[in-house]
Write a protein that binds this ligand. Structure first.
Ligand SMILES: [Fe+2]
Length: 255
């Protein structure tokens, strides 16, 4: 068993006891809500669920994390700062991932939200996909490493894959709290357009999800640092960027 420190940058480092998947949050910034998604709730999204343990937690989420001094900044801007923690796991040759979704229009404000992310530990891939027309989807496999930040535009479905078989992939997100999550296509098609697989020789490869055969999928694999998307979080990371300039960041994520 070993301890894995993450989010040191924020000033409220949290710890994972890796042998037990036990996650301990700093009392200075305890999350107000926490969630776990078991394999039983994920199994339809894998190519082959086989005999995988239905009770295994595939990933953890935690939200409304803040230091006491910063709480009002989040509340008055109606922003949420969250974590997603994906342990290393391989399900019958497929690497562990989150469910994935797109954001729908808020019932309260009518807005469809973009979302900012920052990798806190490990390495992974964000699968971002959007409809180009009735027959065609664009699918970006964005490879990320620790310290990378990205704003995912509001018109992309997004899910996250832990590309490592022996280390955690942990990232933070920052978003307006009126976000509405819609699972639609991901659920209907049992996952995103592509899966990340690993063979017996430990070679990784992307494989088309057969449920997307009715669409023409334009796949592009790209490093996060090679995306030319605007990124106001590059220097400070999400938490520091927001707490040091709340109005500016709130405006960017609130458009
Ligand atoms: Fe999202």
């Amino acid at each position: 068993m070993s301890l894995l420190n993450f989010d040191l940058k924020n000033g409220f480092p949290s710890v994972i006891e890796t042998g037990k998947n036990g996650i301990y949050y700093n009392p200075k910034a305890m999350p107000e809500y926490k969630g776990e998604r078991s394999f039983a709730k994920m199994k339809d999204l894998y190519k082959n669920a086989g005999k995988y343990d239905e009770g295994k937690t595939m990933y953890y989420t935690a939200g409304n994390l803040w230091l006491a001094n910063d709480k009002n900044k989040f509340l008055r801007n109606e922003m949420t700062y969250e974590y997603t923690i994906i342990p290393p796991a391989v399900v019958n040759g497929e690497l562990n991932k989150t469910h994935g979704h797109i954001h729908g229009a808020s019932e309260k404000t009518g807005k469809i939200r973009c979302e900012a992310f920052e990798v806190l530990h490990g390495q992974g891939c964000f699968e971002l996909f959007k409809e180009v027309n009735d027959k065609e989807f664009e699918c970006l496999m964005v490879l990320l490493k620790e310290g990378d930040t990205i704003i995912v535009p509001s018109d992309y479905y997004h899910l996250s894959i832990n590309t490592s078989t022996d280390d955690y992939f942990i990232f933070a997100d920052l978003i307006k709290d009126d976000v509405r999550t819609v699972y639609s296509h991901v659920k209907d098609k049992h996952g995103g357009p592509y899966r990340l697989m690993i063979d017996d020789n430990k070679e990784k490869y992307y494989e088309l999800n057969e449920n997307w055969n009715d669409k023409n999928i334009r796949l592009k694999i790209i490093n996060c640092s090679d995306l030319n998307w605007s990124d106001p979080f590059k220097d400070k990371g999400l938490y520091q960027a927001f707490t040091s300039n709340e109005e500016y960041i709130s405006q960017i994520l609130g458009q």
